[in-house]
Design a protein around this ligand. Structure first.
Ligand code: PEP
Ligand code: MG
Length: 584
């Protein structure tokens, strides 16, 4: 590919890289042959499998420990999760069953079982769950290479931008950081573990490179990747290279400066505080939030505790998880969302019935109240008990009616009676609703008097308001959070919350994006909760403008005719007040 070409990909790790390309077309193991073994060989195959599993465990442990030594907590946690996969009971049973009953060789048994499990994840429309297929295949490949005593080659000479169809977390971490300028990958998303690792290794990265581009790339090509805008330029001319060198220098200095600001208050130029909180998932620890100076957790997604049907945590186990998070957070608030199962997160261990329109089906609080009240009660009991250990807020997802809140309160009060009767210590729950449906937003004045807080789940609020499946790229052009209809619904919630003197936060993606964060603060939202990596950027946005001008812009945006007009208004403000961010 000699001529210059520019492509728009998705930025997942900030920074700019300029350099020669290194193509890793096949990093991971090949599909093994389907070989059947004789009855007498079965025991030997099981023994080979046990040996490979042992070596896999040792290798992952040492990768994890190396990252821990480098104080890379996020990276180390990914390998903690891989260790759990190596020991996953259901997966191991599936592999063993293939060897014992189908008499398959260990290699094919591993490959086949991993593919079956990964396919289930891979088909889910939730990005987070889809990415777990990558982790599973990564672990599977490692077991395979231990069975065949072969290792993927990730060594190369010179400093390069690594381009690959897919890059598993363990490949990413094994790349020699001193040689990798940047990563350009075909498959993945901002929530993929590879992206998380790239961010923690501070390697600029983009994903979503079109497959035809990947196929044509060679080691003779040069590339620029812009981890801020997602732009990829192949074989740039000298002037473009020079312009990006300058941008890289300015951006690098700016990012360093942002990280140094983590102790500064998220205070607007006219003296108002907009709280910044972190969204974390089941594996994350509070330190991640603390490091970036977040004030508490605005969303702890608990449904991931229910992923593995064979290992759904009971009351005591959940109690320990919540207690630990609350203890780590000290006085900072921790907002736990009760399991949001259903929709794209249809975990078969919890709920099986097929639905034509799962996003409009038995999801969130509907499933908790009417399909699995048993699991809901266990979770609420664990939360009531854990509340003693910190500043806990509990919220219910997918609310559309007052009745759902009243029924939840009824369950909570029954559980409180039970706990009192058995002399078990508990703390009253601060109960909130997620505003994720137009119904909830329009009914905010009726909901506010019966709850302690609102948390706007903008990811779903946009989906349900715009009638756009959030995972369908064909209608992605309609998925526009700056649409005046969305802003008006949020305004409805904030007005009702203020009248009833309750707190209102936003925990969807809108909170972590500079433009929409301005609109939200302008509408009067008290707290913005986002992935920890976005906190420094949004802190800078908040500190760079007055609440007054954010409010004026938000009012004007609500009066716009479409999402593009309102976006232009806020981008104009950002360009004037935080040109460094607008320029990224
Ligand atoms: C949301 O809908 O904005 C939200 C935070 O919940 P989730 O993305 O988990 O659906
Ligand atoms: Mg949601």
């Amino acid at each position: 590919m000699a001529c210059s070409r520019s492509i728009q990909a998705l930025a997942v790790s900030p920074g700019i890289a300029i350099g020669r390309v290194m193509c890793l077309h096949r990093l991971v193991g090949n599909r093994p042959d389907r070989r059947e073994v004789a009855e007498s060989e079965v025991a030997g195959e099981l023994e080979r499998l046990a040996g490979a599993l042992k070596r896999t465990r040792e290798q992952i442990t040492s990768l994890r420990d190396a990252l821990r030594d480098r104080l890379d907590r996020a990276g180390a946690e990914i390998f903690d999760a891989h260790l759990l996969l190596v020991d996953d009971k259901a997966l191991n049973a599936a592999i063993g069953e293939r060897i014992r009953s189908k008499r398959l060789c260990a290699e094919f048994a591993v490959f086949d079982a991993v593919e079956e499990f990964a396919a289930v994840f891979g088909e889910m429309s939730d990005e987070y769950l889809r990415e777990r297929a990558v982790d599973l295949r990564d672990v599977g490949n490692r077991i395979l290479s231990n069975l065949t005593n072969s290792a993927p080659d990730t060594h190369f000479s010179g400093r390069r931008i690594v381009a690959a169809p897919t890059l598993a977390p363990s490949d990413t971490v094994q790349l020699d950081r001193s040689k990798v300028l940047g990563l350009a990958v075909e498959v993945g998303s901002a929530t993929s573990h590879t992206a998380i690792l790239a961010r923690s290794l501070r390697i600029p990265a983009v994903v979503g490179l079109p497959p035809e581009v990947m196929e044509q790339l060679s080691g003779d090509d040069t590339m620029i990747i812009d981890g801020f805008s997602g732009k990829v330029i192949i074989n740039p001319d000298d002037r473009t290279k020079e312009a990006y060198r300058l941008k890289a220098k300015t951006a690098g200095e700016f990012l360093e400066q942002l990280e140094r600001d983590s102790a500064l208050r998220p205070e607007t130029a006219d003296g108002f505080i907009v709280e910044l909180a972190a969204n974390i998932d089941a594996q994350a620890k509070y330190d991640e939030a603390r490091e970036v100076g977040a004030h508490g957790v605005g969303l702890f997604r608990t449904e991931f505790l229910f992923l593995d049907a064979a290992a759904i945590p009971g009351e005591d186990e959940q109690f320990e998880i919540y207690k630990r998070l609350l203890t780590d957070a000290g006085d900072d608030p921790v907002t736990v969302r009760t399991m949001d199962i259903g929709g794209d997160k249809s975990f078969s261990g919890v709920y099986r019935a097929p639905e034509e329109n799962p996003f409009l089906g038995l999801r969130g609080i509907r499933l908790s109240l009417y399909e699995r009240p048993d699991l809901f009660r266990v979770q609420l009991r664990a939360l009531l008990r854990a509340g003693v250990y910190g500043n806990l807020r509990v919220m219910i997802p997918m609310v559309t009616s007052v009745l759902e809140v009243e029924e939840t309160r009824k369950v909570i009060s029954e559980l409180e009676d039970e706990l009192r009767a058995s002399h078990t210590e508990f703390a009253p729950l601060s109960l909130g609703v997620m505003i994720e449906t137009p119904a909830a937003a329009l009914l905010a004045d009726k909901l506010a008097p019966i709850v302690d807080f609102f948390s706007i789940g903008s990811n779903d609020l946009v989906q349900y308001t715009m009638a756009v499946d959030r995972g369908n790229e064909r209608v992605a052009y309609l998925y526009r959070p700056t649409h005046p209809a969305i802003l008006r619904l949020i305004d409805c919630c904030v007005t009702a919350a203020k009248r009833n003197n309750i707190f209102v936060g936003v925990c969807g993606q809108m909170a972590g994006d500079p433009a929409t964060a301005v609109l939200l603060m302008g509408l009067g939202v008290h707290e913005l909760s986002m992935s920890p990596g976005s906190v420094p950027l949004i802190r800078r946005v908040i500190r760079s403008l007055s609440l007054y001008e954010a409010a004026q812009t938000a009012r004007a945006a609500m009066e716009c005719r479409n999402a593009a007009e309102s976006l232009a208004l806020v981008q104009d403000l950002l360009a004037r007040r935080v040109p460094e961010i607008a320029a990224l």
